[in-house]
Design a protein around this ligand. Structure first.
Ligand code: UPG
Length: 334
């Protein structure tokens, strides 16, 4: 595609769930895209054809230097990392290695290669169990697991590096990411997923017998946990708006929540899945899962005020319908 964009965007983890959607959104917006992914949890087929693919490790400094030079990389969107919260509790060093140490190496490669812009995939897990919801960016960050801390440490590195070197950054703190590309080009494929909407559509397509409802005694209207579910394609679009805002104004906000500012309970999500599929999935009421806050909803006023990003796919049934369509596609593939 002909492009008026000034440089290539390098997407780390572009074969993964969120990264592959960012690649699609960048290509759709006319950006030139390169992807680096080690394919440990990502899939080669998830990388859109228009992107130049490099299989390798983000901490491979020689490879990064080569990619940055030969692709004229001016921005990095950094998604690569480990993302399973309970695993981060049982194997914290894996998270400090994959998410923190390797990010340190990648940021070093960006500075050495003269990359000017860095968009970082951060998380609402940096807030831990906040005292109040909606959560603002200046709500204290007190992660309750190594996953959240590994991301918060990377935010801290970026802040210090951006002060010392000619690179600017934006860290996007995601709330609960769900759904799939509306055109069916990508989706969430990880086996053994634990995320509610993924689990629920697996049940709706016969890959599981039931869905556990973890806790019915939370301080929420129906007693089940409330989360701010954001469509993965809206999230991908937020990255492009963050990048374009950063290019226009390097002093723009460096931390932005990504959510819709509204929440749904576990039971409301399961009801949506029933509505969309016209069936009733089996609910198993179980005790609370360790470390789950009652409610986690983004205050998204900063990203709305700072960038032109606006939610387009916020309807819960739409999110579920897209997740379901992708799940059916996976089932057909076997
Ligand atoms: O089988 C399930 C799975 C989840 N839940 C509940 O559903 C809600 C959402 O859970 P889940 O989809 O697992 O997401 P979270 O635990 O909210 O964590 C997400 O949001 C975090 C940010 O706070 C990110 O860091 C994590 O990567 C991301 O998984 C919570 O109330 C869970 O207790 C169930 O009741 N049954």
């Amino acid at each position: 595609m002909a492009t008026d964009k000034p440089f290539t965007v390098l997407v780390t983890g572009g074969a993964g769930y969120i990264g592959s959607h960012a690649v699609l959104a960048l290509l759709d917006a006319g950006w030139k895209v390169a992807v680096i992914d080690n394919l440990v949890t990502g899939f080669r087929w998830a990388v859109a054809e228009g992107a130049t693919f490099y299989q390798g490790d983000i901490a491979d400094e020689a490879l990064l230097a080569k990619i940055i030079a030969e692709q004229n990389v001016g921005a990095i969107m950094h998604f690569a990392g480990s993302v399973v919260v309970p695993e981060s509790v049982s194997d914290p060093l894996k998270y400090y290695h994959n998410n923190t140490a390797k990010s340190r190496s990648l940021i070093g490669s960006a500075v050495a290669g003269g990359v000017k812009h860095f968009i970082f995939s951060s998380t609402a897990a940096t807030y831990g169990i906040p005292d109040e919801s909606p959560v603002r960016e200046d709500t204290p960050t007190v992660p309750i697991n190594p996953y959240g801390m590994s991301k918060l440490m990377t935010e801290a590195m970026l802040k210090d590096v951006a002060f010392a070197h000619p690179i600017n950054y934006c860290a996007l703190r995601y709330f609960n990411v769900a759904g799939a590309d509306p055109e069916g080009r990508s989706g969430q494929s990880t086996a053994g997923a634990t995320h509610l909407i993924k689990v629920a559509v697996e049940a709706a397509t016969g890959r599981r017998e039931s869905v556990a409802v973890f806790g019915t005694d939370y301080a929420t209207p129906d007693g089940t946990g409330v989360r701010d579910y954001i469509h993965v394609s809206d999230l991908a679009a937020a990255h492009i708006h963050a990048l374009e805002t950063l290019i226009a104004d390097p002093a723009t906000s460096h931390i932005m929540n990504c959510g819709y500012g509204r929440g749904f309970s576990v039971l409301e999500v399961l009801d949506a899945v029933d509505r969309v599929t016209n069936q009733t999935i089996v609910r198993k009421l179980e005790p609370r899962r360790a470390g789950d806050p009652d409610a986690l909803i983004a205050d998204n006023s900063r990203i709305l005020a700072t960038t032109p990003w606006r939610p387009k796919l916020a309807d819960l049934d739409t999110i579920v319908a897209h997740a379901l369509a992708w799940e059916r596609k996976l089932a057909e593939r076997g």
